[in-house]
Write a protein that binds this ligand. Sequence first.
Ligand code: S3P
Length: 172
Amino acid sequence: MMQILIGYMGSGKSTVGKVLAKNNNLMFIDFDDYIVEKENLSIPEIFKLKGEIYFRRKETEYLTELLSQKPEAVISLGGGTPCYGNNLELLKNDEELKLVYLKVTPQNLTQRLFKERAKRPLIANLEEEKLEEYVRKHLFERQFYYLQSDVVIDANNKTVEDLVAEISKLLD
Ligand code: S3P
């Protein structure tokens, strides 16, 4: 069984995923790290040197590859992964996985992301007010995909331990 965490940048997918995996004796796979390892370039480097279209193509290619290996794992995807190409279909049609959406408000996302925006090429150059506007619009477009998850978790103002307990209970 795979437990797959999706949600906007900064929603806590990796942080929650690590603890969720540990608690369930599963492997943890960060899909951005998976891409970085395969491409031998950081995410900002891939965007800068090869462009976003290349990144999205590789994202689909590696998602297909990873799902076909059927790892016993918790996997945190990139914020955009379910929103491009046939990725959501790939995920929805796979009976060996559960999709979990970590839902966070644009305000909370903006607060979290402003500090760590440098490593995220889509938002690296935005000022704080612009960032909130961007997140609000972008999240509105992406919710359509995120909301097709098996489980939607309100991930505002909760500890990682609470979130892990909530997810484990819902997936039981
Ligand atoms: C992206 C999110 C990032 C990374 C890339 C693009 C997006 O992952 O895949 O920068 O389109 O939302 P995180 O959600 O882990 O930051």
